[in-house]
Ligand binder design. Structure first.
Ligand code: ATP
Ligand code: MG
Length: 872
């Protein structure tokens, strides 16, 4: 049997033989596209080229791309596990032509690869072509159909509508017809009974789409009209796991060697065999699938968290844990134990899995543990809110709360309800869900107008060397976000750094010769294009302007960025080489750095890191910067790079002394200018990942002054003692002494008070009643007396005390055991009486206390308790 590894390689070899440059997969987590959280198709990493923001380096490219379809336009999550051919994370094999070959070759090679290289049965293949759309004035894609006719009979070339066969990048932008290849993998007898043609695009699990060839030839404008695209693009995507299923003669993706080793491990862990129980099979597929998603998103730098992309990942993990919990009886963390099996299957193609095995394991395990706890709390909440009667209906709001805060999908809630013969109000649940989606959409909505071109030209970034430059506006467009309108402009020559790699974007001004001065309030990067944000357009957009950055902020940011590099190196020296960057944020005020490390840093380690960084600052290393270094060379020089980071083939290296990093950010000219550096906090952000916040330069100076001021203030409070430490120690010692003295007094007082209470003993119905009202609240003293009385009067003892301190009333009751045996219950008594002081309380049958808010009711409350004695 041809293995999945061989299939992946054969795809790359085939397209290499057709002149394609093979590129690595981009990370699955996307950082510079405001419209997308995760890579959901092979074309994402080429979006900047397709949009014309980046030059075409290789006109023919092919790869295998990690994709994730769990949010936004492509969301397959609910299908996953229930069907056998949709995954959350999957690999998409693809080939591209940027202005080079078009439909003829794309079709010819797809056919050649499937039928000649992989030898799939031609009789089982079907293709679709775009049928045209009258409302858009588009005709049928006869061109594509004519090429297909060379290989297939006409009846297996099926017309498809705009929904299935016209691809669009978004509301605007490149688009065009597409042609899909479907395969019928059913057994021969089934094929003889039902013609495969009738099952294409009908959701049959064994008559499925495997490859989509997109022919981008139009550009959709904001008014929704189409114009021809100057450079046509071929973009194809084939599901790797589906292809393996077809080639290996299996009926489900999960039966291939991509998943079987993982499924076997799951089965071992819960003593179940795949294929014996349909519900367990779904759970095993869900777990096998989600395991990959979580492991890869962690290696790509997206850890589970509370917000945005991190929350999506957290929910996927919870979905897997929940299926394991409900259907496989897994009540302990188990997913982290599957990682070795995953590495066995995918470790060769994706070495980052093994390199970060420990981190993935820690994160998964902790997430699993905490969700299992949540799961139990959620089940309790659900049980508390169960409708009273059999056949009752749980409110949609509670069902939604369970979903939203506890991660309970509706079907889990329904399952638990069913066990009690109940149901949930599904309509109300769905209404809540719609409301939430609406809220999310409004928050994220970004409306963009068409780009208005002013001048031709390529934007140039000059911010590594210059802080101001002449500039023309190349193009601009109006944008609205959360209903706030502003403009994006692209400049011909700009010193403004556009936010990337954690460094915030520059702000500054655009100045016209007329004296008009426009604020640039931020600079962002969208698909590799630097866009400057402004609130109002200049009067004349065709002028030549001066673009000038706010140098004070820039310098402060640069101090923090360069210090981040020095600190990264120091952390690896002090803590070990397992330290890897997991995220960073650099602003004028602070630097934040997330890194893998498995325990809290000790004060000593923190001090060592600070000392190393400040020593390098004093060494005043000048920056050594190389703007075009081949990646491999940079790595051999020892440059620290993020795993799975997307870089061009040439990279920029930044060196200060022995610290070398791949970095596109801006830096200070020599380390001495950083001045000074301190770590202000070190904390955990998730299992295995720590976060440091640190400050430099003036902010650091202010931070240190604030500490000095605090010390001065303490000294003032200590009457200006010459030695503060001595003063504080004396204060503590004095305090200890006084506490001891006080305890002595309290003891003495307790003895006196107890005697007083005994002297005033009453006897009612043969019971010794001790009752007292104290104008102070001394709970320890009262409790102490209560227990002493119980010791001294083991029979027929009834003690009740009312206390009040600062208007806050309290009640204490103690009963001897024979009274309890006779039916008295201290807890019930105080609970009842507490109403009179507008409070609450309770306790055991022999001892109980209550507190309240209305001291005026204290006498009445004590009397009410004493009245109980009449029942004796
Ligand atoms: P489907 O209709 O089956 O969901 P699609 O139309 O969403 O597929 P495309 O967006 O055209 O698929 O993606 C290209 C190829 O990627 C598909 O032909 C298929 O082989 C594969 N693919 C798409 N979604 C998934 C998924 N969730 N899991 C695995 N493979 C997928
Ligand atoms: Mg789909």
């Amino acid at each position: 049997m041809i293995t999945s590894k061989e299939i992946r390689q054969s795809f790359k070899d085939f397209f290499q033989s057709k002149g394609h440059h093979i590129v690595p997969s981009a990370p699955m987590v996307i950082k510079d596209d405001p419209t997308l959280m995760f890579t959901n198709a092979g074309m994402n990493q080429f979006k900047d080229i397709i949009l014309g923001n980046a030059p075409v380096k290789y006109p023919r490219v092919a790869d295998s791309q990690k994709c994730l379809r769990v949010s936004g336009k492509h969301n397959d999550l609910e299908e996953v596990g229930h069907d056998t051919y949709h995954h959350t994370m999957f690999e998409m094999l693809g080939n591209w032509s940027f202005g080079d070959y078009f439909k003829k070759e794309a079709i010819e090679w797809a056919w050649e690869y499937l039928t000649e290289v992989l030898k799939l049965d031609k009789e089982r293949l079907y293709v679709t072509v775009f049928e045209g759309a009258a409302d858009e004035n588009l005709e049928r894609d006869d061109e594509a159909a004519s090429y297909w006719e060379r290989y297939l009979p006409k009846e297996r070339i099926i017309n498809g509508n705009k929904h299935d066969n016209f691809w669009e990048m978004g509301d605007t932008g490149p688009c065009g017809p597409c042609s899909e290849i479907h395969i019928d993998i059913r057994p021969e007898n089934e094929r003889a009974e039902v013609d495969g043609l009738t099952l294409v695009n009908q959701g049959h699990p064994q008559v499925i789409e495997i490859w989509n060839l997109v022919f981008m030839q139009y550009n959709r404008k904001a008014d929704s009209s189409l114009e021809p695209l100057p450079a046509k693009v071929i973009d194809t995507g084939m599901g790797f796991e589906r292809l393996c299923m077809a080639v290996q003669g299996k009926l489900s993706n999960y039966d291939t060697d991509v998943f079987q080793p993982i499924i076997r491990r799951i089965g071992e862990g819960c003593s179940a065999t795949y294929g014996e129980d349909a519900r367990k099979d779904v759970a095993m597929r869900v777990i096998a699938d989600h395991l990959r998603t979580i492991a890869f998103s962690i290696t790509d730098g997206q850890l589970p968290s509370n917000a945005k992309a991190g929350y999506v990942i957290r929910r996927i993990l919870r979905r897997a844990v929940r299926y394991g919990y409900t259907f496989l009886g897994m009540h302990e963390p188990f997913m982290f134990r599957l990682i070795p099996a995953l590495i066995g299957v995918m470790g060769d193609a994706y070495p980052e899995l093994e390199a970060q095995q420990m981190l993935i394991g820690k994160v998964m395990r902790e997430e699993e543990e905490s969700f299992l706890r949540t799961l139990e709390t959620g089940i309790k909440l659900l049980e508390k809110n169960l409708p009273e009667e059999e056949g009752g209906v749980l409110s949609g709001e509670v069902a939604f709360q369970l979903y939203d805060t506890f991660g309970f999908p509706l079907d889990l809630t329904e399952l638990i309800l069913r066990e009690h013969g109940m149901t949930a109000d599904v309509a109300a649940f769905n209404a809540e869900m719609r409301k939430q989606k609406e809220r999310a959409r409004n928050a994220a909505a970004l409306e963009t107008g068409d780009w208005i071109k002013v001048y031709d030209g390529e934007p140039e970034f000059v911010g590594y060397d210059e802080t101001e430059s002449y500039a023309q506006i190349l193009r601009y467009r109006a944008v609205k976000q959360k209903n706030k309108p502003f403009y994006q402009i692209v400049l011909s020559r700009s010193p403004f750094y556009a936010e990337m790699g954690g460094q915030v974007g520059d702000n500054g001004w655009l100045m016209a010769e007329s004296g008009e001065k426009i604020e640039i309030f931020d600079t962002k990067r969208e698909n590799n294009l630097a866009v400057h944000l402004i609130h109002k357009l200049p009067e004349n957009t065709e002028e030549t302007f001066t673009a000038k950055i706010d140098t004070e902020k820039r310098t402060a940011t640069e101090c923090n960025h360069s210090a981040t590099h020095l600190m990264h190196e120091a952390l690896r020296d002090v803590l070990g080489k397992h330290v890897e960057q997991k995220g960073s944020y650099v602003s004028p005020e602070v630097l934040r750095f997330d890194f893998s490390h498995f325990q809290k840093m000790t004060p000593d380690e923190i001090r060592k890191v600070e000392r190393q960084v400040t020593a390098r600052i004093r060494s005043n290393f000048p920056i050594e910067e190389h703007r075009h270094v081949p990646v491999e060379e940079a790595k051999t020089q020892g440059a620290m790079a993020l795993f799975g980071e997307k870089y061009g083939d040439d990279v920029r290296t930044v060196r200060f002394g022995s610290s070398i990093e791949l970095c596109g950010g801006t830096h200070i000219s020599s380390t001495g200018r950083i001045g000074t550096f301190r770590i202000v906090s070190e904390s955990a952000i998730s299992a295995g990942v720590r976060r440091i916040e640190a400050v430099t330069a003036k902010v650091c100076e202010d931070y240190l002054y604030a500490k000095e001021d605090a010390l001065l203030e303490i000294r003032n409070l200590l009457n200006n003692v010459p030695d503060i430490m001595q003063g504080v120690h004396r204060l503590i010692a004095d305090n200890e002494e006084m506490k001891k003295e006080l305890q002595g007094y309290v003891k003495e007082k307790t003895v006196q008070l107890k005697q007083l209470i005994i002297d005033r003993k009453e006897v009612i119905n043969g019971v010794n009643l001790f009752r007292v009202i104290l104008p102070v609240g001394a709970p320890d003293v009262v409790k102490d007396i209560a227990f002493q009385l119980k010791g001294e009067f083991p029979e027929k003892m009834f003690f009740v005390a009312g206390t009040a301190s600062n208007g806050k009333p309290g009640i204490t009751v103690m009963l001897s055991d024979d009274l309890v045996a006779g039916g008295f219950h201290a807890g019930n008594m105080v609970r009842e009486a507490a109403r009179l002081i507008q409070g609450g309380g309770g306790g055991q049958p022999h001892f109980a206390t209550a507190g309240g808010t209305n001291a005026d009711g204290l006498n009445a409350a004590v009397d009410a308790i004493v009245l109980q004695l009449n029942k004796f």
